[in-house]
Design a protein around this ligand. Structure first.
Ligand SMILES: [Fe+2]
Length: 280
């Protein structure tokens, strides 16, 4: 029997990001995001910490290569694949050193590549790093309605919250593939691409540790600390040297089967504590 994304319990595992200068960006992630750096090829670097993995390869700045999502086991992956086939999703084989055999990829309507597989066994070689596994990815899109239709209807993600403009247009859509409030979300924007990616530090005290670590690396917060309305999570944001936005989050809501809530597009929705950064 097929499983939708939430039933299959899919989570975000790693990202591949492009950069004109991948070595320099990898050094930033190594220092600032407390990761170990590995050169995979001349054009590709792997930055890795406990529960977080960013692959940086030569390409255009601020461009996602792919979002790497994982199922806990092969049975769930197979049953989710069945769900995608029933929904007539176009699936392509995807071979990666990070996945066991059987991994595959698909493209969303904005041509973002989503890859799915079962993770190869990891050796926890780097456990002293500050806690914050990679948790969600947020896209920018000219068409959030289309994003919602695709992720909800075709991929079987659960819509947890929406932000609605005063005109009735959809400004933001939060979707999940497990019980975390969102694993992939989307903000209305004048262009398609990445909005930000986020690491879940779990608790407030870890955010403090991260902020002290950023200060040691001479990196200023660009937004926060604050608390989002949807997801109710505490947050701080920094920017990497390519201008990609990075979020450290804590206390993200756990959602088990509640209906989606619509929020008005106002400052308090984006930040209950203070200023908002509006995308559109
Ligand atoms: Fe976020």
């Amino acid at each position: 029997m097929s499983l939708d994304a939430v039933q299959a319990n899919i989570s975000l595992n790693h990202l591949e990001i492009e950069s004109r200068d991948p070595k320099r960006l990898a050094e930033f992630y190594s220092n600032v995001m407390d990761m170990k750096i590995n050169r995979l090829t001349n054009q590709k670097f792997l930055c890795e910490g406990p529960g977080r993995k960013i692959i940086i390869k030569t390409g255009k700045n601020n461009t996602l290569g792919y979002a790497g999502m994982v199922c806990k086991n092969e049975e769930n992956l197979e049953r989710y694949k069945e769900f995608l086939k029933i929904n007539k999703c176009e699936i392509n084989d995807f071979v990666s050193e990070f996945y066991q055999s059987g991994s595959f990829s698909l493209q969303d309507p904005d041509n973002n590549m989503i890859c799915l597989g079962v993770q190869k066994k990891e050796n926890n070689f780097y456990t002293k790093s500050i806690h914050a596994p990679l948790q969600h990815l947020t896209f920018a899109s000219k068409d959030v309605e289309r994003f919602q239709n695709f992720y909800q209807r075709k991929l079987g993600f659960q819509v947890t919250d929406r932000v609605i403009k005063s005109t009735g247009e959809l400004a933001t859509c939060f979707t999940t593939s497990n019980h975390e409030h969102h694993t992939i979300a989307c903000f209305k924007s004048s262009q398609n691409g990445m909005d930000h990616h986020s690491y879940e530090a779990g608790e407030w005290n870890n955010i403090k540790t991260w902020c002290d670590h950023f200060a040691q690396n001479n990196v200023k917060l660009m937004w926060g600390p604050g608390r989002h309305g949807p997801g109710n999570n505490l947050f701080v944001f920094i920017e990497d040297i390519d201008g990609n936005w990075i979020e450290i989050s804590a206390e993200l809501e756990t959602v088990i089967g509640r209906p989606p809530k619509n929020w008005p597009q106002e400052e308090r929705t984006l930040n209950l504590w203070g200023k908002a950064i509006r995308r559109s």
